[in-house]
Design a protein around this ligand. Sequence first.
Ligand code: NAP
Length: 268
Amino acid sequence: MKVLVIGAGNMGLTYAEGMSKSKLLKKKNIMVLDKSEEKLKELHKIAHFDTFEKLEDCVPKADIIFIAVKPHHAINVFNTIKPLVQNEQIIVSIMAGVTIESIEELTGLKKIVRAMPNLPAQIGKGLTSFVVSDEVSRIEMLTVESLLATTGKSIQVSSEKLIDASTGISGSGPAYVFYFMQSMMEAALKMGFSKKDSTVLVTQTFAGAIELFNQSNISPNSWMEKVASKGGTTRAALDSMEDNNVNELIKEAAFAAFSRAVELGEEH
Ligand SMILES: NC(=O)c1ccc[n+]([C@@H]2O[C@H](COP(=O)([O-])OP(=O)(O)OC[C@H]3O[C@@H](n4cnc5c(N)ncnc54)[C@H](OP(=O)(O)O)[C@@H]3O)[C@@H](O)[C@H]2O)c1
């Protein structure tokens, strides 16, 4: 099996590196194409995959083609690959807001996977949600799932609406966590801790809480109840959050990202 990644940017390289580190594919079976000659020269020196400058040299050889360019470059890429593709090839698009229907229309292909990664994919801790078109067989779906999971975890969803929804949860989600971290670091600084200690206090608290949660089988709510005794310090903080409606505001923020993902999809 040969995989081609079009677009050697943040995400394209993340997947190419992930696939190469996973040993699912040999170096010669991972092909990367970018329009920048300079970038390709650099990659050629260090990379664990073959690099290409011309579509005609790599598109016909690929079984699976990852499209990792920005959404506004999509039409240009699809127009140029259209004369080179064959029916059996699978397109995996990670472009936000570009629908399966538009990819089918622009390429003439029917085996399409639309995926939504997130930033921690860069360190192998990502979450990629994906949906497949009807023409993708179960074996093909499992193959793509394992390729996507080389950057973390991958989950199949049943509709493109859920891809937009996952943008609101896992896609944009790392920024919500950073927001919470930033607020806690600012509070720590205000309480008198140094910048360094504020960072350690907050990062270790996040890492520890997640690990604790992962090693248990109880819900976040149950954990909150466990740590918040009546009249205690944690209860005071949680009551303050409840009084300020923080729970609802976080949900509202996630839905704002979901709606924006839907809107962006309509623009393409
Ligand atoms: N970054 C994220 O966290 C994230 C999360 C979810 C989804 N995504 C999706 O991932 C996709 C890629 O994002 P990114 O952040 O990796 O973008 P990026 O860093 O800009 O990478 C895109 C690369 O593709 C190249 N390119 C553009 N047009 C091309 C063409 N016609 N042929 C070959 N290469 C071409 C670009 O070159 P130039 O720079 O010269 O234009 C650039 O090197 C986007 O569609 C985005 O929606 C990203």
